[in-house]
Structure formats: C-alpha cells, structure tokens
Design a protein around this ligand. Structure first.
Ligand SMILES: O=C(O)CCC(=O)C(=O)O
Length: 243
C-alpha cells in the first residue's frame, strides 16, 4: 500500500471520511473472513458483551437481523497480526500525524442476505462517554466487493465538524442496542461502494449509515479503531504494575 497523498489526508480532514483503495489483498481478506465466520457460527454462545444485534432487538435468540461481534481481536488475537490490521494502523498514523495504536475496540458486522434492516444514521461518538475527547480514526473493511444494494457505507460530508447530535435507540425501542439520529438530510449522503481490499475511514463525529442488504450474498465488514499512541501508555509499561 502506497503512503497517502497530502490531498487524501486533506480530503479526510475536510470531509470527515476517505475511501482507501487497495488497503489489503484478497488472500488476507479470505483468512480474516474464515476466522470471523468461526465467531459468527457460535454467535449465540459468545458472552453477552461480545454479541449484539443492530436490528430491532439488541439481544434475542431468534433470527439475527444484523449480528455484531465486539472486540474480535480479544476473541482471536491473531487478527492483530494480519497484514490488513497492520496496514490500517500505518494509515491511521499517516492520518493522525504520529504513531498510532489500536484503541482496543474493533467489531465485525454481518448483514445476512435480504436482512431488511439498515444500520441507521449515527455518529460513533454517541456510543462513547461524554468525557471522550480522543480523536480516533475508524476503518470499515468489507471482506468482499460491496455495492450500495449490499449495504456499503454512506457518509454526510462535513458532519464531523459538528457536535454529537441527540441519539435514541433504533425506532425508540428500548430493547434496541443500535443508536439512531433523526433529521439527517440523506440527499447529502455520499455512498462508497468498494472493491474487495478497499476500505473507508471516518471520524467519531462523522454521520454515517449503511442500507439493508438487498442481495443474495452475506455482507461482512471488519471495523478497526485507532488513535494516537499516548506516551503515558509506554510510561505505564516501563513503571510496571503500581501498588
Ligand atoms: O456495517 C454496518 O452496517 C455499519 C457500520 C457502522 O456504522 C460503523 O462501523 O460505525
């Protein structure tokens, strides 16, 4: 993967998102997909903090609409050693202008064929606590080609410059896990269909959504978050455990 150009970095900070072509290769995507498939295959056995549904019900035993697995790299640490993970971390460093580190959070989202549910408009920052000030960059990496009909990412350019808007659980259902924001002018949305190996990257305030999967194939995306590596993390390592 070539370094980003100054123009790409400027586009990212101006619009709040960027399409990155050829982040990774098909072989590694295949490897990641096999590993993630093993997690989705035992979705119902995973501890509750790892497994949610982004559809109407956040947790249920029935047919999943949009299963999501959080902290995939805690479940399968080898995922952090993949070329895809390393390439995303390198690009994060270029975008952030310093050494980048995994925030610790990552997730995988599956949209089964004809799942009938969009992932609603939201800002990732709505899930963080009010004291969260860190600037992080979020890579959305589909494990295959992805079209608008399959549920590619859509962004509102410039929305990263605004505040975190009021969010509510999907369709105001208290049993929903996924958050939603009302009143988004979807006419301004930019859809980002991708080829396998490409990715999008966005900021915590950038408004985004994905449509329902209207195709016969499953849509799977792996999402990785990086921030600037903080010196104090190294200091803590040097100091060792504090009594
Ligand atoms: O993959 C999806 O459907 C939604 C992804 C998303 O909203 C996110 O990563 O924040």
């Amino acid at each position: 993967m070539l370094p980003l150009t100054a123009g790409q970095i400027q586009t990212f900070w101006t619009t709040g998102f960027l399409v990155v072509e050829r982040l990774t290769c098909g072989d590694d995507l295949g490897h990641i997909r096999r590993r993630l498939n093993t997690l989705f295959a035992r979705f119902h056995e995973l501890p509750g903090r790892h497994a949610f549904d982004l559809g109407d019900e956040g947790r249920h035993a029935g047919i999943q609409q949009i299963p999501e697995i959080n902290w995939t790299t805690r479940l399968i640490p080898a995922l952090k050693r993949t070329p895809t993970f390393r390439a995303a971390r390198e690009l994060a460093a270029e975008l952030l202008g310093g050494r980048a580190a995994h925030t610790g959070f990552d997730h995988a989202i599956l949209k089964p064929p004809h799942n009938g549910r969009a992932t609603p408009w939201h800002q990732d920052g709505a899930y963080a606590g009010p004291d969260s000030v860190a600037t992080t960059v979020h890579f959305w990496i589909p494990l295959h080609d992805v079209s608008l009909e399959m549920g590619c990412m859509q962004f509102i350019p410039g929305s990263h410059l605004g505040p975190i808007l009021p969010h509510h659980p999907r369709a105001h259902r208290q049993s929903a896990h996924v958050m939603e924001v009302d009143g988004v002018n979807a006419a301004r949305a930019v859809a980002c269909p991708l080829r396998a190996g490409d990715a999008t990257v966005h900021l915590p305030h950038t408004l985004h959504q994905t449509g329902p999967n209207m195709t016969d194939d499953a849509r799977v995306a792996w999402i990785l978050e990086f921030g600037l590596a903080r010196p104090c993390v190294r200091w803590r390592a040097w100091l060792g455990p504090r009594s």
